[in-house]
Write a protein that binds this ligand. Structure first.
Ligand SMILES: Cc1ncc(COP(=O)(O)O)c(C=O)c1O
Length: 368
């Protein structure tokens, strides 16, 4: 246990009440509370359709299937990301084509992304990592030029926006995570969003065992092979309670991030995170870049402050490095730099200014 943890889920009293209501109702599986959660997300994100699912990973896999991605197809994605981004592609039998990232924004290198496109490429899978939105203009330009679909891994990007528009409605499909590291969490879970009614209908069927809603008037009819990605009323109750205060949750994250940027400005040995020009960060994760990151992280932890690595470089992981079904493009120098140097600092809703100053002092001491 640390004095100052990396993340502390913020569950208002209403969350407890809503969970108890679900328990009392006896309706534990997916149902009206899940519907309510989906509606709230649609309204807040300004997107046509939202499907609550079991995780971002399963949501990405389902979205790839919905986009018709399968064996023989290639999907271009960044090297610096959580393994789930590439795993989803491999699980549908397609080839993850992994390209480098810009070491400053830690997001996909748009030129490398375009260079990796071949006649087999079916989709682009950029990641709005840590809540920093991808440059949708650049992604769309490549997609349009080559006739590709865009699936956004928005695991960390709830509340982020680009060009004034919230992440969730700009790609063909976006997928968010509701894991407890995220500021809206259902324990485990994911949210899949799209403005395309046909994709929504396909995914709605897939996540309910292939149920055909149109044909199911007098008994269930299953028209396709589907799976079970339902999010229970119990989990959704947490999500509803948090969505009721989502603006406040996001505003506090942005305030704390702005404090970090102020407090750390000019600190020798600490490079501050860059935001995509034209984008607004949600600060799901506040990562600085430091040399000797592992040593700095160990010193901070020893001083009671939980620091953490940013995320992973796929080309260093055996599942992708030693896998003939994965194509690694380029030397991944940008990703390697981000992987070696990124350090995530504590950031949670109830964090006090005094706690934040302690993190900053501890970091300054650790990099000395
Ligand atoms: C970029 C990215 N993609 C996917 C995932 C997987 O999300 P989940 O745990 O909801 O499956 C994560 C997890 O943090 C992530 O950071």
């Amino acid at each position: 246990m640390y004095d100052i943890p990396l993340m502390r889920p913020h569950l208002p009293d209403a969350a407890r009440e809503k969970v108890l209501e679900v328990l009392d109702s006896g309706y534990l599986t997916e149902g009206p509370v899940t519907r309510r959660f989906e509606e709230m997300c649609c309204d807040w994100l300004g997107v046509g359709h939202a499907l609550a699912v079991t995780s971002c990973t399963t949501g990405l896999e389902m979205a790839l299937r919905a986009l018709g991605v399968g064996p023989g197809d290639e999907v271009v994605l960044p090297d610096y990301t959580y393994p789930a981004t590439a795993t989803a592609v491999a699980l549908v039998g397609a080839t993850p084509v992994v390209v480098d990232v810009d070491p400053a924004t830690m997001l996909i290198d748009y030129e490398a992304m375009e260079r990796a496109v071949t006649p087999r490429t079916k989709a682009l899978l950029p990641v709005s990592l840590f809540g920093n939105p991808v440059d949708q203009g650049r992604v769309d330009a490549v997609a349009r030029e080559h006739g590709l679909r865009v699936l956004e891994d928005a695991a960390c990007a709830l509340g982020a926006s680009f060009g004034g528009e919230k992440v969730g409605g700009m790609a063909d499909v976006s997928v968010f995570s509701l894991h407890p590291r995220k500021f809206v969490t259902t324990g485990e879970g994911g949210l899949v969003t799209t403005n395309d009614p046909d994709l929504d209908a396909w995914m709605d069927s897939f996540k309910h065992f292939g149920l055909d809603r149109e044909a199911s008037r007098e008994g269930a009819v299953f028209s396709m092979v589907g799976s079970n990605l339902k999010l229970s009323n119990l989990q959704a109750a947490l999500g509803v309670a948090q969505m009721e205060m989502v603006d406040e949750l996001l505003a506090r994250r942005r305030e704390l991030a702005a404090n970090y940027l102020d407090l750390l400005a000019g600190t020798g040995g600490v490079e501050l995170p860059a935001t995509t020009p034209g984008g607004e960060h949600s600060w799901q994760t506040f990562c600085v870049l430091v040399d000797g990151r592992d040593e700095v992280m160990a010193r901070m932890r020893a001083a009671g402050v939980e620091a953490q690595i940013g995320t992973y470089a796929l080309h260093l992981q055996p599942a992708f490095r030693d896998n003939p079904a994965v194509r690694l493009e380029g030397d991944m120098a940008g990703s390697r730099k981000a992987f070696d140097r990124a350090l995530a600092l504590p950031l949670y809703h109830t964090m006090t200014n005094a706690e934040q100053e302690r993190v900053v002092d501890t970091l300054r001491e650790a990099v000395r």
